[in-house]
Design a protein around this ligand. Sequence first.
Ligand code: ADP
Ligand code: MG
Length: 715
Amino acid sequence: MSDPELTAVNEKPDEDRKITEIFGENVFNDTVMRQRLPKKVYRDLKRTMDEGRKLDPVTAEVVAYAMKEWAIEKGATHYSHWFQPLTGITAEKHDAFITHEDDEGRVMMDFSGKELVMGEPDASSFPSGGLRATFEARGYTAWDPSSPAFIKESSCGKILCIPTAFCSYTGEALDKKTPLLRSMQALNDQALRIVRLFGNHDAKKVTPSVGPEQEYFLVDRDLFMKRPDLMFAGRTLFGAGAPKGQEMEDHYFGVIRERVGAYMKDLNIELWKLGVTARTQHNEVAPAQHELAPIYETANIAVDHNQLVMETMKRVAVKHNMRCLLHEKPYAGVNGSGKHNNWSISTDNGINLLDPGDTPNENMQFLLILSCIIKAIDTHADLLRQSAADVGNDHRLGADEAPPAIMSVFLGEQLDDVVTQLIETGEANSLKQGEKLKTGVRSIPDFVKDATDRNRTSPFAFTGNKFEFRSVGSADSIASPNTILNAITAEAFCEAADELEKADDITVAAHDLIKKNLREHHRVIFNGDGYSEEWVKEAERRGLPNIGSMIEAAGALTTDKAVKLFERFRIFTRTELESREEIIYETYAKTINIEAATMLDMAGNMIIPAVVRYSRELAETVNAVKAAGGDAEVPVSLLEDVTVRLKEMKKAMDVLEKARQEALSITDAKEQAFYYKDKIKIMMDDLRKPADELELIVDRRFWPFPTYGELMFEI
Ligand code: ADP
Ligand code: MG
């Protein structure tokens, strides 16, 4: 750009620039489009974005040209269709803008409308769960104009990234974006029917909004590089607890250490450039654990942005000589990481359908919507649980950590009281009010408390004007949870609209339906302590599913109930669902296999040799003490302790390796996955136990890799 002022601004180091200058500078956003596109093209493109219409080829050509010019001015050399295959992370293949030379031998910069709208990466090496035999390797990426293109800066240079959906030759979704977009359409169609019933004829569109709070750990790069488990599995597979963990409760919201602060500052700048609204940052519960939360936005953009957040977190960590761990459970014994998925639904004319207003007991539309969501969660608790399942998250959900694997809804005192009144008497005439908060300090004014305290143990909590789905894993894409939330809500809305559209008196009919939904589904509401043993028993009595692992949850995708739901709203076909279930088993088996192989490698090549060296030193000590006529009791007993555990380790290794070979020979994906869960995982624990005990006995000089203390505190 030749504007001297802009050039001057851009030459300042990023950290001296204002947020408003930096924010979105690498995004082909509305402002850029308005500046660079002819008015008519801009209007057509906006309509495509807002109303989900198809873009005509002529418009695409003009947009592609403008996008290319903009990107090249910003220094981009390549473009890439950026997509989200079923690996859960993003994929990209870069193509330079260059084409053949002109008559004078100069290279030409080109990027056509067709290249913008469609791409054809070879799909054969992405997980497809048998959807696509290798001889039909074609996969297509198609531009999602509702998510803006952006320029990614990395050591590769600057790449224009075009968010795309990824489908097979026969049109089946091979990615996470396509079903998400389909679920948003379904929710839009059904939610519009509901708001129309209540007299809203202005709204043209209803969209889900999502704000994901992302937790992560940081670790020093040099320490990380000494731990094959962190390198290959993303989590520690060995490690005795450090003398100090999180018991002092001094890390949560604690002062951010200088090195971490410098990282966060850089991370924010990189995210702001990409138009990601990184807003909140703080230390989390475990040592070296942190959180970043953006401002919420339309679901599919939030999903794309969360992918960028995860990727940028990793990239910026490298620059700071650190590594970012997104795994759900990097360290045993301290909190793991999750991703709170805040979700609400609003109309394009600015009404949040989950806003109860001042008098929720009188707000018929809100109560109907709330009752539909409660019904949806109860009916499809298994699907919601499945949507948050990934291999790492098995260490949280259903294990000894928050939140529980039982899906329930927390409403808070005020709404719970309204719901109880409705169930019991059919009327809700009173409303619990927030009281004054009195601090007892005269200079601090009293203020009105929220009518409800927070509940941190609920997997699906109503928090004022949104639901917070807390089960999602920190490393996982948020596409699936939101696809499921949209889909099951769309179904409940559809069933409500089918009934109410026929009614003579909408007020009476809606009132009856709210009561019916609540009476039939209130078992899913739980406001107590979700971590308690009593709740597990109580939930069982209520008949709520408690699904302990990712592979036990996978079958939820292909029940008759699920297939009916997804086919009805054209979100997944049965084939797509079956393929996704298959991929879950494959992913699980492969992941546990890598973990087991890594453990065997570390045990055999690092721990045992180190312990043997230490044993030799002990034996020499024993001999020397004895030769000098001294009392060798202590070194002898130490040597015994070491030897017992060494033998235990060796035995556990042999058992594990044999079982691993057995597992590898199983051809049925589901059977194989269950073998890993029921057999291999237990053997891995058996190998870890003596090794962790040895870590506490063996002279630190011999221990072959950094300890928990170093990993979590040396940063
Ligand atoms: P809380 O403290 O209740 O968890 P915050 O205000 O800290 O709420 O917000 C947490 C996350 O929820 C943020 O990412 C925020 O943008 C998001 N959020 C807030 N309102 C909504 C909404 N209506 N829909 C979706 N997400 C929202
Ligand atoms: Mg929150």
